[in-house]
Design a protein around this ligand. Structure first.
Ligand SMILES: *[C@@H]1O[C@H](CO)[C@@H](O)[C@H](O)[C@H]1NC(C)=O
Ligand SMILES: *[C@@H]1O[C@H](CO)[C@@H](O)[C@H](O)[C@H]1NC(C)=O
Ligand SMILES: *[C@@H]1O[C@H](CO)[C@@H](O)[C@H](O)[C@H]1NC(C)=O
Ligand SMILES: *[C@@H]1O[C@H](CO)[C@@H](O)[C@H](O)[C@H]1NC(C)=O
Length: 393
């Protein structure tokens, strides 16, 4: 009897210590920056600064590898490059670095590591600094970063792996600056976003009201949204305490908006996720996404008739011409992804001229978050993704 009690106490104590340890290790990863995580997981990163044609100063991280095999990772709207590494050993950045690729990770303008400009101050001049959508992110940030990687590696081409609105940047760049198609071995789209007609979940409920919401934000003078400092600090306050944070922030909000997969996103990972998320975005990006939904066209930003005439020479904003996106494209789609739905991906597949690979993930519960933050990427994603990277790089 006593022996059993003792045994029980030992096991319970052991489980307690282990759960605390996993929480503690989670806390450590939550507090580390990209370079801190890179060092901890055995593939240290170096830091580059890229100044865009319009003056934004971007931070670019690199895990040096075989320079003839450069791979650029492009994050989506609201996170930072951290999304590719905060799963540690199971992350895409560490996995690719381990395979010897020369791995680069962009940080789009205005996000945590790239909140800087040669003349504009984001805190005192938010109207000017945050005056951009995914169009500017593509034609200025992505193009400048691609050129920098090609210069540093002395290569003519690189491979791009993008997630969510990061995929949008590839389509905008390929159509607006078609010369970049020749600089890309393959443009890999995880959770592709171009058309938004079939968005589901909370995201689908909010989309029809997005233009009203962003116009309210404009009236209030709010240009920066989902910032690491302000929104992030508040979210960490609410979402770090478990199990409350997991039940509310993850299961209700995140899963409700992006797709449900509790196997892919577990409670212990929650503090790490919110240690890095969000990383920053703009009201204007959400306004542009709202326009894409409402007009059901993948098109330039709609400034209203007068300004459209002045900027584009037409009263309606011109469509992004997807037939010009001639780079090899690989599309990876999750059936449980509420944002990048199978139906919208099929339409994109029909519109792009050079899709060399199209994969609906076999794991049925594959959601929007599983492509970069998934606990089981090694089993559910990499066996499909890595051969495509290897084949074309
Ligand atoms: C780098 O990659 C190229 C192309 O895959 C390969 O031919 C070369 O052997 C690699 N170099 C090293 C040092 O691994
Ligand atoms: C924002 O950008 C648009 C388009 O480039 C420009 O016409 C407008 O003047 C800019 N607004 C501010 C406040 O900088
Ligand atoms: C993708 O598009 C190509 C070319 O139109 C077509 O042959 C293929 O069946 C499409 N794949 C899917 C899954 O829709
Ligand atoms: C998928 O999700 C459903 C409902 O959330 C769950 O019952 C099922 O076990 C999940 N399947 C896998 C393979 O995780």
């Amino acid at each position: 009897m006593y022996l059993r009690l003792l045994l029980f106490a030992v096991i319970a104590g052991d489980i307690f210590v282990h759960s605390q340890l996993s929480v503690l290790s989670g806390l450590e990863d939550a507090a580390l920056t990209y370079t801190g995580l890179a060092a901890k997981y055995g593939h240290p990163a170096t830091t580059y600064k890229v100044t865009t044609e319009d003056g934004y100063i971007l931070t670019l991280f690199r895990h040096p590898g075989n320079t003839s095999r450069p791979v650029l990772l492009v994050h989506g709207n609201t996170p930072t490059s951290d999304c590719f590494i905060d799963r540690g050993k199971g992350s895409l950045a560490i996995t690719l670095a381990g395979l010897g690729y020369d791995v680069w990770a962009i940080n789009i303008r205005g996000t945590r590591y790239s909140r800087s400009h040669v003349t504009l101050n984001p805190d005192t001049q938010p109207k000017q600094f945050f005056n951009y959508s995914f169009y500017e992110e593509a034609v200025y940030d992505l193009s400048a970063t691609i050129d920098r990687v090609l210069t540093e590696t002395a290569q003519k081409k690189l491979t791009v792996v993008s997630h969510s609105v990061g995929t949008t940047l590839l389509y905008v760049l390929g159509s607006e600056k078609p010369e970049y198609n020749d600089k890309i071995n393959v443009g890999i789209s995880l959770a592709p976003i171009a058309f938004l007609k079939n968005v589901r979940g909370y995201a689908g409920i909010i989309l029809p009201y997005l233009l009203e919401i962003t116009s309210l934000f404009a009236d209030l003078g709010i240009e920066e949204v989902f910032s690491y400092e302000k929104t992030g600090t508040l979210l960490r306050l609410i979402c770090d305490a478990q199990p409350f944070g997991y039940e509310v922030c993850v299961k209700i909000v995140l899963f409700g908006a992006l797709g449900v997969d509790s196997n892919g996103f577990e409670m212990a990972y929650t503090p790490t996720f919110f240690g890095h998320y969000p990383g920053g975005s703009t009201r204007k990006i959400f306004q542009h996404l709202g326009q894409v939904y409402k007009r059901d066209k993948f098109a330039n930003f709609d400034y209203g008739e007068d300004k459209n005439l002045q900027l584009y020479g037409t009263s309606e904003p011109p469509d992004f011409d997807l037939s010009k996106v001639t780079m090899k494209t690989a599309l990876f789609v999750g059936e449980e992804d509420y944002l990048g739905t199978v139906k919208d991906a099929e339409r994109l597949n029909q519109s792009l001229p050079n899709v060399v690979y199209y994969q609906v993930m076999p794991y049925k519960n594959f959601s929007h978050t599983d492509f970069v933050w998934g606990r089981q990427m090694a089993q559910n994603l990499f066996p499909y993704l890595l051969p495509v990277i290897d084949k074309y790089t």
